[in-house]
Design a protein around this ligand. Structure first.
Ligand SMILES: Nc1ncnc2c1ncn2[C@@H]1O[C@H](COP(=O)(O)OP(=O)(O)OP(=O)(O)O)[C@@H](O)[C@H]1O
Ligand SMILES: [Mg+2]
Length: 252
């Protein structure tokens, strides 16, 4: 049964999509069968890998009558499939309010395809609305990217609270894999101070692997490729391969 992992933080611009795309790609390169699901109306994970939306999007699964298998697109990497999203998903935030068991729709949709994958990775939007609640209800675990900047920890309390609420009701087995430090710049004393603060104050494990700020990481979505396919020798590519390896050592 595939493990479902949400990449979540309601703070915007902290590296969720960058992590989702490149972590998924790194695991796929290590020959784990991966489904990357875009659960963000911004559709950045979909456009970052140039995934077409002609067969429908996650919106059609949540609100319409499509199945996951209808919308899943294969990529040049035989181990990586993507379920795309686009701006239509904005509407689901309101339309889902009327739905029965509205928090569990994604979980139910994933059930028939879970066995086809080793890991299912979901790129969440920067909010804790009903779509993100669907992702956290469908998830087995969460990875929380945090940017190495002042105020990084601000807002983490709200995410923790949401995870705890979901654990007490909708998804008792939800766990936090760990915090991933993104956009790390070792030249900045501030980055190191923030790393120490996060390690000292967080209830969650922190990955030893840090994602360095790296221009190749920022450029790669323009080519429609993960940083690993864009420039395998870059620091960014190495960081995400290291992250995948560290993650795998914690799986049983
Ligand atoms: N390691 C990195 N090195 C350089 N640039 C990075 C790195 N990680 C992320 N960025 C850049 O920072 C910006 C925000 O990253 P990203 O889109 O992954 O964040 P996000 O959390 O998904 O944002 P949102 O909350 O809007 O969904 C992007 O322009 C991205 O290219
Ligand atoms: Mg994003």
């Amino acid at each position: 049964m595939g493990k479902v992992i949400a990449i979540a933080n309601q703070k915007g611009g902290v590296g969720k999509t960058t992590t989702a795309i490149n972590f998924a790609s790194a695991l796929a390169i290590l020959e784990h069968k991966i489904l990357l699901i875009d659960v963000d109306p911004q559709g950045n994970a979909s456009t970052g890998l140039r995934v077409p939306t002609d067969n429908g999007t996650i919106y059609d699964v949540l609100i319409g009558d499509k199945q996951m298998t209808d919308i899943i697109v294969s990529t040049d990497d035989e181990y990586l499939d993507v379920a795309p999203a686009d701006i239509d998903l904005v509407g689901a935030e309101i339309e889902l309010i009327q739905a029965d068991n509205r928090e569990q729709i994604l979980k139910k949709a994933l059930h028939p395809i879970k066995d086809n994958y080793d890991f299912i990775i979901m790129d969440c939007q920067p909010s804790l609305g009903i779509i993100t609640v669907n992702a956290l209800t469908a998830a087995d675990s969460v990875i929380i990217p945090l940017q190495c900047e002042v105020f990084a920890l601000q807002g983490l309390g709200k995410l923790t609270e949401t995870i705890e609420i979901i654990k007490t009701g909708l998804n008792p087995n939800l766990s936090v894999e760990g915090i991933l430090l993104s956009m790390y710049d070792k030249r900045l004393r501030m980055s190191n101070m923030i790393v120490n603060e996060i390690k000292n104050t967080s209830d969650y494990a922190v990955y030893n692997t840090k994602i360095h700020r790296n221009i190749k990481v920022a450029e790669s979505p323009i080519s429609g490729k993960s940083v690993i396919h864009y420039d395998v020798k870059s620091t960014g590519a190495q960081d995400f391969i290291n992250l995948a390896s560290e993650f795998l050592t914690h799986q049983n």
